[in-house]
Design a protein around this ligand. Structure first.
Ligand code: GLC
Length: 562
């Protein structure tokens, strides 16, 4: 079969072949992975904040939808400036989430349910309350060099930061410390000082952090913001981009040539891969978070990432994209995947607006369908499987530092709170998330109708569609077939083929109105096929057999045929 696929690849430049894998130990291949934002998943003790016991109580949901693994955003001890991404102890659990006994119960139950457990590894920075930082301020060895400290630049007798670098959360990336009489680098919040990977002792510490959690039975990690890990050590100003129209404090005014994607970052990743490979048992997984160009993205495979997140649905593509934009981005991406590696499709995460906000409510199932039909791994964010929507918040309600720092006029551009509201389990108090009426972020008022329990009762709900998509990933055609991305007028088509079998076909309409066309001729597929799944708004019934020689594709529809 593989030989035939290779032949097909050679025949047409639009074909992508995803090698039939003999890497059976790579359990994540052709599966969906599920991200849990722990503050918002399930609250077990009524304090309005989600916790580990809450997650454990809902693990059946993950087994039910059929995901292979859950990745939990940070649960470590934290002052919560960035809601857990500011870590005061890399090897302790914050009491708001629970303790090690709770964690052990979670891991044990997940194992019995056949769901792997991954944690977030946040290596770029710690909290400014981390004992290492407190000792670094006092220049106590070896901690004095654990962070990036620089002298001030004096201009006409005034103290200035060492260069023009800007924080991703707005304003200078340098903060003066009056005790040490130096500036420290923070590429995120002031409370998140950057760690110094040019210091060997720090590098060892972070490897030990990985070892600590691996001993507790983890199956891998998602590595946070890896491109920011190492900075150019000449500390030169970054070039200013012309005519952005943005305030000078906005990081998008600079071309980040010295603070991201440095060669040394990849070398550090390699050392972490070695740590994972030291560990016996199931093969360990690294997912890496990098909003970067394709060239830098695929380089992560070579240095030990199994899944360098593909964020095309969060950057290049949105509800203004054309079919050509989609086809070009997908082809380019698939063509860039090194032989034998796994592509991936990130549907949502805690840093991005909900899918319906990015692509429109009618298109809430689009991305999961793409992730299911195209080769490789799908990564979804809690709530994506029920089509949860953004809950807009006022500036006063905003708690995310990225939103708060942008100020009342610009916070909606940056705040991530609207996509972080509590999971909508049912139509009871606080959507079944908490027994308390007061939750850390407000529950979206649409929970009365948009919730998991209600969707279980509806045949063509997001939930039921998602379950079918997870099953589809196991189909040999999806696993091993060739891939073609075809434009059918303004409809985007994907065909997966294995010789001797009916293909699997995905249609996504970018049109508002109907498109009547001979899909069968355009895509070289059978005249009649069966609808495997279709978004509820399309009015198309799953299981029905349809004539594709003159098929009416409703506007915004997403349909899979088998
Ligand atoms: C990553 C996380 C984000 C966090 C940032 C700093 O981008 O996904 O939530 O704020 O890193 O750790």
């Amino acid at each position: 079969m593989l030989r035939v696929s290779i032949l097909l690849c050679l025949l047409s430049p639009t074909l992508f072949c995803y090698g039939a894998s003999n890497q059976s130990e790579e359990w994540w291949r052709d599966t969906f992975i599920y991200q849990i934002y722990p503050r918002s998943f399930k609250d077990s003790n009524g304090d309005g904040i989600g916790d580990l016991n809450g997650i454990t109580s809902k693990l059946e949901h993950l087994a039910d939808i059929g995901v292979s693994a859950l990745w939990i955003s940070p649960i470590y001890k934290s002052p919560m400036v960035d809601f857990g991404y500011d870590i005061a102890n890399f090897t302790d659990i914050d009491p708001v989430f629970g303790n090690f006994t709770d964690f052990a119960k979670l891991v044990a139950k997940a194992k019995t349910l056949g769901v792997k457990v991954l944690l977030d590894f946040v290596p770029n920075h710690s909290s400014d309350k981390h004992p290492w930082f407190l000792k670094s301020i006092q220049k106590i060895k070896p901690y004095d060099e654990y962070y990036i400290w620089k002298d001030a630049k004096m201009l006409n007798g005034t103290r200035r930061p060492p260069n023009n670098w800007l924080s991703i959360f707005q304003g200078s990336a340098w903060q003066w410390n009056d005790q040490r009489k130096q500036y420290y680098l923070h590429q995120f919040a002031v409370g998140q000082p950057d760690l110094n990977y040019r210091n060997p002792a720090l590098c060892e510490e972070m490897k030990n952090v990985l070892r600590f959690w691996l001993r507790l039975g983890l199956d891998g990690f998602r590595i946070d913001t890896i491109p920011n890990l190492v900075e150019d050590n000449r500390f030169l100003d970054e070039p200013r981009l012309p005519n952005t129209g943005l305030p000078d404090t906005d990081p998008n005014t600079l071309q980040h040539i010295y603070t991201v994607d440095q060669n040394e970052t990849y070398d550090v990743l390699k050392t972490w891969r070695e740590v994972l490979d030291e560990t016996k048992g199931t093969k360990k997984l690294f997912l890496t978070e990098a909003y970067t160009d394709l060239q830098h993205l695929v380089k992560f495979y070579k240095y030990g990432s199994n899944i360098p997140f593909n964020f095309m649905f969060m950057g290049d593509l949105n509800n203004r994209s054309s079919t050509v934009d989609f086809k070009r981005a997908m082809d380019k991406y698939l063509n860039a995947i090194p032989p034998g590696e796994t592509p991936n499709w990130v549907v949502g995460n805690h840093d991005q607006n909900r899918i319906s906000w990015r692509f429109g409510v009618r298109r809430s199932d689009w991305l999961s369908m793409i992730a299911a039909v195209l080769p490789g791994v799908g990564v979804i964010y809690n709530g994506d499987e029920i089509g949860m929507e953004n809950r807009p918040l006022s500036y006063a309600e905003t708690v995310d530092p990225a939103g708060c720092n942008a100020g009342p006029n610009r916070y909606t551009l940056y705040s991530r709170d609207p996509a972080r509201t509590p999971f909508q389990w049912d139509n009871t108090t606080s959507a079944g998330f908490s027994t308390s009426n007061k939750t850390w972020l407000p529950v979206n008022s649409n929970y009365k109708t948009l919730n998991l329990q209600a969707q279980k009762r509806v045949l063509n709900s997001h939930y039921n569609i998602f379950k079918k998509l997870v099953q589809l990933k196991k189909n040999p055609i999806v696993k091993e077939g060739s891939t073609e991305i075809i434009i059918v007028q303004s409809v985007l088509g994907v065909v997966r083929r294995l010789p001797g079998r009916n293909p699997i076909v995905l249609l996504l309409s970018l049109n508002i109105g109907n498109t009547v066309t001979d899909v069968s001729a355009w895509m070289n597929i059978p005249d009649r096929m069966t609808v495997y799944a279709a978004d509820a708004g399309s009015g198309i019934t799953p299981g029905s057999s349809v004539n594709l020689t003159r098929f009416n594709i409703p506007g915004s529809a997403s349909i899979i045929f088998v």
